[in-house]
Design a protein around this ligand. Structure first.
Ligand code: TA6
Length: 294
């Protein structure tokens, strides 16, 4: 439990979640939601009257040092496998760490939670930098998430990052994504070949794993099965990653049910690959994503 309990507004409670990990639960007339202190991992958001917007695997583990499968994992300071040492945790180490809940505020029916993590230069030998991280999650009729990195060291630090959002859909085989037409991407399913998305909305007929590069565009997830449209906007992000593991990849992941792949699509606000960047000493950068229904 938090060593120094903080004041919580009405509609916000701190309680043990799955695996006994501590979570903040939000319950207001606008929405219900939850975020774990483990990894500052947002695992749920459901506007009143709508089906859940974030997908969470029924097979996820909830253990210190292990990633939660679903919701919005924070990928930092690298994206995917570590470029030099595949033994290091994929998507970096901050989603595996216990964060501190700093503040919870309420304005009308929107609750904002701020979590923090300090990373010392001796934490990760392959990334020897001193940074302060902050995650701000605003739970309302919309969901707004901001991930801020402040370089507190004396050397510039390389950054690749993502808010790796898992969106719940009725059936991926009927889903189309709008907003990526004409944008260059890397096709990780085809060995990393580079291509340009044609103007027609993206559809899914197999494993799809595509970082779209140099784009700040919003993406609309058109979901006929749930009869809804989810808009994913972003700021401070030049990469949008689209992922669905499909059948074989889902079967190969122990924390992903064999039958769960039709019910999700990842649309991730990121800065990775060509869009990775270097943060100067003393500088800060904020990556934002915002989800709304309709
Ligand atoms: O964002 C897509 C991706 O990089 C895929 O290649 C797949 O590995 C996915 O992330 C999940 O990664 P994880 O380490 O959470 O299993």
């Amino acid at each position: 439990m938090n060593a120094h309990p903080i004041a919580l507004p009405p509609g916000a409670t701190l309680q043990p979640g799955r695996g006994g990990l501590e979570r903040l639960v939000v319950d207001t007339p606008a929405c219900v939601g939850e975020i774990y202190l483990h990894g500052a991992h947002l695992t749920g958001w459901q506007p009143r009257g709508d089906a859940p917007v974030l997908w969470l695997s029924a097979h996820s583990v909830f253990e210190p040092g292990r990633p939660i499968r679903g919701g919005i994992p924070i990928c930092f300071p690298w994206f995917g496998p570590h470029p030099a040492d595949a033994s290091r945790p994929p998507h970096g180490f901050v989603r595996l760490a216990p964060w501190t809940l700093e503040r919870v505020t309420r304005e009308a029916d929107t609750i904002t939670a701020t979590l923090a993590l300090a990373v010392a230069a001796d934490r990760e030998p392959l990334w020897p930098h001193d940074v302060a991280l902050r995650l701000e999650a605003r739970f309302g009729r919309e969901l707004a998430v901001a991930f801020t990195v402040e370089n507190r060291g004396t050397t510039a630090c390389p950054v690749a990052e993502a808010l790796h959002t898992y969106v719940a859909v009725g059936d991926i085989r009927q889903v189309t994504l709008e907003g990526l037409g004409g944008i260059a991407y890397i096709d990780k399913v085809k060995g990393g070949v580079r291509a340009v998305q044609d103007v027609a909305p993206l559809t899914f007929d197999g494993e799809t794993d595509r970082p779209y590069l140099g784009t700040e565009a919003a993406v609309a997830i058109v979901d006929p099965a749930l009869r809804r449209r989810i808009v994913v906007e972003k700021e401070g992000s030049r990469t949008t990653v689209v992922w669905n593991p499909w059948i074989a990849k889902a079967r190969a992941m122990p924390d992903f049910g064999d039958d769960e792949w039709p019910a999700m699509v990842c649309v991730e606000a990121a800065n990775a690959l060509d869009d990775a960047f270097t943060l100067a000493p003393g500088a800060s950068h904020t990556l934002r994503t915002r989800l709304r229904v309709g």
